[in-house]
Design a protein around this ligand. Structure first.
Ligand code: ADP
Ligand code: MG
Length: 731
């Protein structure tokens, strides 16, 4: 059996009844496989002793104590047991909330192993979060119990091995560490030894990885930190290997459709020198003739690549990267025209209804006059209209459909979908791509993103995509001027904005919260609702102000955005809903309050809402007093570093690199959050080197043995067939 095939219900583990199963089900754990793939979020090295006297110097105490006395506080049902204990170095009190049964378990005079977080309270060293385990009688007299002694411990059921490295699991309501450890251990004992290998033997031997049974055991119950490292390395490599096998297979698939590798056009470099008219189709030229500007070099290069892809017998799979404001929308319209001209249909998908609607309005303005039949489809389109619309789509009476992910819901049928455009690609999840592909006969795919992806990642995660990059912005754009301001100086910012408004410009004010009550400890945080009122009433009484955030209904949002676009509203107070896509060239001021609360890519996206016309634009990053409460719990340097980057750079590519540096092994904007990668252990950024290796290995195998027929690749074929990773959808 492969790990993913262990689909016996959790109740098949001894000691797990229906009640337990129900608790686990809430955490998404139904089968033995789910349980064994519920990896610890951390490991506590309990092989190192931390005596009571050092309680404040380490996160937790790890010692051997003798029980001195029991003591009860409170009355009736509120009675709480206090257990007085001591080790070689001092005394402490265990406060046993809701654990009256410990009275019988912790016997006065006996010794126990103790782990817990201690603090100083009421003149005592106390703990409420602790775990205890009986010391084996053989070592009962040894106050300096060594790691490993008494490994036969019975008590709270950790059943720890000699190394005493304890897994710490992510928990959800009703689950506790003891229960998880107990069941995981039983599941390991029963199922792990028979687990089948998932990686080719040659790779395991080359890299000294652990065999699967040992890897899965050691990730939960390592016997040493060294073994734990190896187990992690093994599992991480395994995930990345299958990720790359799937990507590699898809690249092969694409090739197979047409037979033979694609000619990497030798004219790549020359295209930019060709007159634009030669690159464009007649319909594309008609659109351009209607525009008051011409394409930038980057846009021209992108559409050249797209046209070439769409002329080749291969389905296109292209990633278009371009900084905010670089004009990707226009490129996607040109691409859609190419599909329409070839007799097919195109769909353009945006992550929010706000943005989808804006695209639809632009399309109506630019494309309808040249005879293109459009439709707008979101989850909010009502039944009757929707039915009619779907009928026309299916009949081919619509050329280009614009909308949200509703464009690819189950009941939507296209007559001949040739191109799917995914705008702000990083906002979408893993399954989208396969849903889209299912809507046509190998439709071309154009993914667009303003979040540059580091080279390694682009090569690997998006390994089967061609990439176009727009490096230039439309001419005449003046770089946005960015200023920092302390919260106490916000009035200066407001005065500056007032001057811009007086000159007929518009402004955004962005806040981290929708309303005041949100999120508990937020008394000191400004929210969009209260500030909309304050700005309207006190600060800018002579200008019209409006509010948008994600909780308003779509119609209200639409009306507000339209009015803002038409210039009827001067000030738009918002949350980060305006982060993606919104395009109002007359807006010249972006004020972000509590800028310290926003991530770097959000800040850059928000700033990108201004500077879209030929007026000088400004971005004000207002931050709260650094001495004030930092609800994010983050250290000061990180947010300071973010604001510094914003101050120093306007370039999305530079900012993405810096973001990576600041967040270190963290994640890159959007990619993980959106579930783009449903990896368990691996993090493609942190594990870039492993990823590269896995890619080389996977591609080498597919190259020599595309059908995975050789006996040494048998296990790969079997995994793909019997237990496909990533839910079988791939990316
Ligand atoms: P993004 O790449 O962020 O999606 P948009 O497609 O929203 O950028 O374009 C930003 C603005 O630039 C729009 O108002 C668009 O009309 C304008 N624009 C696009 N291409 C050009 C161009 N070649 N010259 C001048 N303005 C352009
Ligand atoms: Mg855009």
């Amino acid at each position: 059996m492969f790990l993913r095939e262990l689909d016996a219900p959790i109740t098949s583990i001894r000691g797990a009844g229906d009640t337990t199963a129900r608790l686990f089900a809430k955490a998404g754990i139904h089968t033995v496989s789910d349980l064994l793939r519920h990896y610890p979020r951390d490991w506590e090295d309990r092989s190192r002793m931390v005596p009571l006297k050092d309680f404040s110097r380490f996160p937790s105490v790890c010692t051997v104590i003798t029980v001195l006395a029991h003591d009860w506080i409170g009355f009736g049902r509120m009675r709480t047991l206090k257990v007085h204990v001591e080790d070689d170095t001092g005394r402490a009190v265990l406060v046993c909330f809701n654990r009256p049964f410990l009275e019988r378990q912790l016997i006065v005079g006996n010794q126990y192993r103790l782990w817990g977080r201690f603090y100083y309270k009421y003149g005592e060293i106390q703990s409420t979060a602790f775990e205890i385990e009986a010391v084996h009688s053989g070592s009962a007299n040894s106050n300096t119990a060594k790691p490993g002694s008494g490994s036969d411990a019975r008590g709270t059921g950790f059943g720890a091995g000699p190394g005493k490295i304890m897994p710490v699991y992510p928990l959800s309501a009703g689950l506790n560490q003891g229960l998880l450890r107990k069941l995981v251990k039983r599941a390991l004992d029963e199922y792990a030894p028979a687990l089948e290998e998932e990686l080719p033997r040659a790779i395991i031997e080359r890299d000294g990885l652990l065999p699967k049974p040992q890897a899965i055991r050691a990730i939960h119950l390592p016997s040493s930190m060294g073994e734990l490292d190896l187990a992690r390395k093994t599992l991480i490599y395994g995930e990345l290997f299958y990720l790359e096998v799937i990507i590699g297979r898809r690249a092969l698939e694409r090739r197979k459709i047409t037979g033979g590798p694609r000619q990497e056009a030798g004219n790549r470099g020359n295209e930019k020198n060709q007159p634009t008219e030669k690159l464009l189709t007649p319909l594309q030229q008609r659109l351009l003739e209607r525009l008051p500007f011409s394409l930038t070099a980057g846009q021209t290069g992108a559409i050249a690549g797209i046209n070439r892809d769409m002329d080749s017998p291969w389905p296109m799979a292209r990633l278009l990267q371009g900084d905010v404001g670089s004009g990707k929308t226009l490129v996607s319209f040109l691409a859609a025209l190419k599909a329409v001209e070839g007799g097919g249909q195109a769909a353009i998908m945006a992550p929010t209804e706000l943005l989808a609607r804006q695209h639809a309005e632009n399309a109506a303005r630019l494309l309808e006059p040249i005879g293109i039949r459009l439709s707008f489809l979101t989850g909010n389109i009502k039944a009757a209209g929707r039915k009619e619309l779907l009928k026309r789509l299916a009949a081919g009476e619509i050329d280009i459909a614009l909308g949200t992910h509703a464009l690819f819901s189950q009941d939507v049928v296209y007559r001949d979908l040739r191109l799917a455009v995914v705008d702000e690609q990083h906002r979408f999840g893993v399954t989208q791509r396969s849903l889209i592909m299912a809507k046509g006969d190998h439709p071309g795919l154009l993914m667009m993103s303003a979040t540059p992806i580091p080279r390694t990642l682009a090569l690997t995660v998006f390994g089967d995509l061609d990439v176009s990059i727009i490096r230039d912005l439309p001419p005449g754009r003046k770089p946005i001027k960015t200023h920092l301001a302390m919260e106490a100086n916000e009035d200066k910012v407001y005065s500056f904005v007032r001057k811009e408004l007086a000159a007929g410009r518009q402004a955004y004010f962005v806040y981290p919260l929708i309303e005041a009550s949100e999120g508990g400890r937020t008394a000191d945080l400004k929210d969009a609702e209260s500030m909309a009122e304050r700005l309207a009433r006190e600060v800018f009484p002579q200008y019209k102000t409006a509010l948008v955030h994600s909780r308003l209904d779509e119609e209200e949002k639409r009306q507000t955005m339209d009015a803002f676009r038409r210039g009827e509203i001067s000030i738009l107070t918002a949350t980060s809903v305006v982060e993606v896509g919104v395009d109002v060239p007359n807006a010249t001021c972006m004020v972000i309050e509590h800028a310290e609360r926003f991530g770097l890519s959000a800040l850059h996206q928000l700033r990108g809402r201004v500077g879209r016309g030929d007026q000088q634009s400004y971005c004000f990053l207002v931050y709260s007093d650094p001495e004030g409460p930092l609800a994010t719990g983050e250290n000061l340097e990180d947010w300071q570093a973010r604001l510094k980057v914003m101050l120093e750079s306007n370039d999305g590519f530079v900012i993405a690199e810096e973001d990576l540096k600041i967040r270190g092994p963290g994640q890159i904007a959007g990619i993980e959050q959106s579930g783009y990668l449903s990896l368990g252990m691996a993090n493609p950024i942190r594990d870039a080197a492993e990823l590269e290796k896995a890619r080389t290995d996977a591609f080498a195998i597919l190259e020599t043995d595309p059908g995975l027929l050789l006996s040494e690749h048998r296990c790969v074929a079997e995994v793909l067939e019997r237990a496909p990773p990533f839910g079988g959808v791939g990316l």
